[in-house]
Design a protein around this ligand. Structure first.
Ligand code: NAD
Ligand code: IPM
Ligand code: MN
Length: 359
C-alpha cells in the first residue's frame, strides 16, 4: 500500500538531515516493493524567502492530506530581526497548531556505545530510559495577548490553558506510563503559577483513573536538577509547553548529543508530526557535520505510530544501535581527538543496514 508522507526540510541542517531521511524512508518502501509518495513542502525561513510566509497555505494542505509529516528544523540568523509572526519559528508553531498535535513525545535513552559521549559519569547515565511528554499547542507559546504595550515600554506573553487541554495531554502520559514502568512525574511551578496549580489538580483527577500508576509532582527548578542527578529513576515526565522545551534540551546531555533526540507529536486524529528535537544549527549548517540520527529515530517513531510498521521502526533503531556500537561518530559525538564521519557517511551506513535487515 502506498503512503503519503509530507517532507518539510525547513532551514539550515534541517535540510541536510531530511535529505538523508528521505533516502531512509525510500529504503523501507523499497523493501516492501512499494513506491511511496514523498512530497516536499515549504516551511520556515526558506518558505519566507520563497513566498513571504513562514507557513504557506499549500504546506498546511499538503500536511493535512498526508499520513505523516517529517520536519527538519527552522530558523537562522538571516530571519532573526523579523517580528514574531513573520519569523521562521511562527511556521513551526503554526503547523503544530494546524495539525493539533498537542502531545509531543520526546524519548530520552542512552546508547551503550555512547556512555562516554555524555559529560555525565557513565554509571549515572547507563540504562537511562524515560520519555518527556511535552504539551505542544498551548501555554505561553500561544496564549493571547502576546504583545508590546505602551509604545514598547511594556510587554506581555500569556500562559493560557483550559482544563481540557491539560487533561488530554496528561491522559496521553498516563497511558504511556501504564504501558511502561507505571511511574509518572508531573513537572510544574505550582508554588508560583496559578496555571500550574490547575495543572496539578487535573493530574490528580486523572490519576484516580489510573490506580496502577505512581504519581510524583516536581517543581520545574528541582526537576531540572533531578533529571541530571537521578536520570535512571524517571519513567514518564509530563509538563507544559515551555518547561518541556527546556527540560528536553537538558536531557539531551544524558544521551550525549541533541543530535540523538527524536520526537513524535500526536493529536486525536490526523497525521503525526515527526521532528528531531534540535534546531537548524546555523553554526554547522552546510558543512556535512550534522548528526542525522535524531531524524532517523524520528522516522522510526513515524513507522511505529503513524504508518503501523513496527518491524521497520525496530530495524531503524537496531541499525542506529549498530553503527554506534561499531564506533561510527558524527562530530557532535566524537570525543576530542576521536575520528568522525560526515552526515552522508553515517546515513549511508544506517540505510545499508536497514536494507539488509528488512531485505
Ligand atoms: P540548535 O539545536 O540548532 O543548536 C544547538 C547546538 O547543538 C549547536 O551547537 C548545534 O551545532 C548543535 N546541534 C544541533 N543539532 C545538531 C545535530 N543534528 N548534529 C550536530 N550538532 C547539532 O539550537 P539553537 O542554536 O539555539 O537554534 C538555532 C536555530 O534553530 C534558531 O533559529 C532556533 O529558533 C531554531 N530551532 C528550531 C527548532 C525546530 O525547528 N524544531 C528547534 C530548536 C531551535
Ligand atoms: C523545539 C524548538 C521550538 C520550540 C522553537 C524553534 C519554536 O525549540 O522544537 O524544541 O520551542 O518548540
Ligand atoms: Mn527546543
Amino acid at each position: 500500500m502506498t503512503k503519503n508522507i509530507a517532507i518539510l526540510p525547513g532551514d539550515g541542517i534541517g535540510r541536510e538531515v531530511t535529505a538523508e531521511a528521505v533516502k531512509l524512508i525510500q529504503v523501507v518502501a523499497a523493501s516492501r516493493g512499494e513506491t511511496w509518495n514523498l512530497e516536499e513542502g515549504l516551511i520556515g525561513g526558506s518558505a519566507l524567502d520563497a513566498t513571504g510566509s513562514p507557513l504557506p497555505e499549500e504546506t498546511v494542505r499538503l500536511c493535512r492530506a498526508a499520513d505523516a509529516v517529517l520536519l527538519g528544523a527552522v530558523g537562522g540568523p538571516k530571519w532573526d530581526h523579523l517580528p514574531g509572526d513573520k519569523r521562521p519559528e511562527a511556521g513551526l508553531l503554526g503547523i503544530r497548531k494546524a495539525l493539533e498535535v498537542y502531545a509531543n513525545l520526546r524519548p530520552i535513552r542512552t546508547w551503550p556505545g555512547l556512555l562516554l559521549a555524555s559529560p555525565l559519569k557513565p554509571e549515572l547515565v547507563e540504562g537511562v530510559d524515560f520519555i518527556i511528554v511535552r504539551e505542544l499547542t498551548g501555554g505561553l507559546y500561544f496564549g493571547q495577548p502576546k504583545a508590546r504595550l505602551d509604545g514598547g515600554e511594556a510587554v506581555v506573553d500569556t500562559l493560557h490553558y483550559t482544563r481540557a487541554e491539560i487533561r488530554r495531554v496528561v491522559k496521553v502520559a498516563f497511558e504511556l506510563a501504564k504501558g511502561r514502568q507505571g511511574r509518572l512525574t508531573s513537572v510544574d511551578k505550582a508554588n508560583v503559577l496559578e496555571s500550574s496549580r490547575v495543572w496539578r489538580e487535573v493530574v490528580e483527577e486523572v490519576a484516580s483513573e489510573y490506580p496502577g500508576v505512581l504519581v510524583e509532582h516536581l517543581l520545574v527548578d528541582n526537576a531540572a536538577m533531578q533529571i541530571i542527578t537521578r536520570p535512571k529513576t524517571f519513567d514518564v515526565i509530563v509538563t507544559e509547553n515551555m518547561f518541556g522545551d527546556i527540560l528536553s534540551d537538558e536531557a539531551a546531555v544524558i544521551t550525549g548529543s541533541i543530535g540523538m533526540l527524536p520526537s513524535a507529536s500526536l493529536g486525536e486524529a490526523g497525521p503525526g508530526l515527526y521532528e528531531p528535537v534540535h534546531g537548524s544549527a546555523p553554526d554547522i549548517a552546510g558543512q556535512g557535520l550534522a548528526n542525522p540520527l535524531a531524524t532517523f529515530l524520528s522516522v522510526a517513531l513515524m513507522m511505529r505510530h503513524s504508518l503501523h510498521l513496527p518491524e521497520a521502526a525496530d530495524a531503524i533503531e537496531q541499525a542506529v544501535h549498530g553503527v554506534i556500537e561499531r564506533g561510527v561518530r558524527t562530530r557532535d559525538l566524537a570525543r576530542s581527538g576521536e575520528a568522525f564521519v560526515k552526515t552522508a557517511d553515517v546515513s549511508a551506513m544506517v540505510c545499508e543496514d536497514v536494507k539488509r535487515r528488512l531485505g
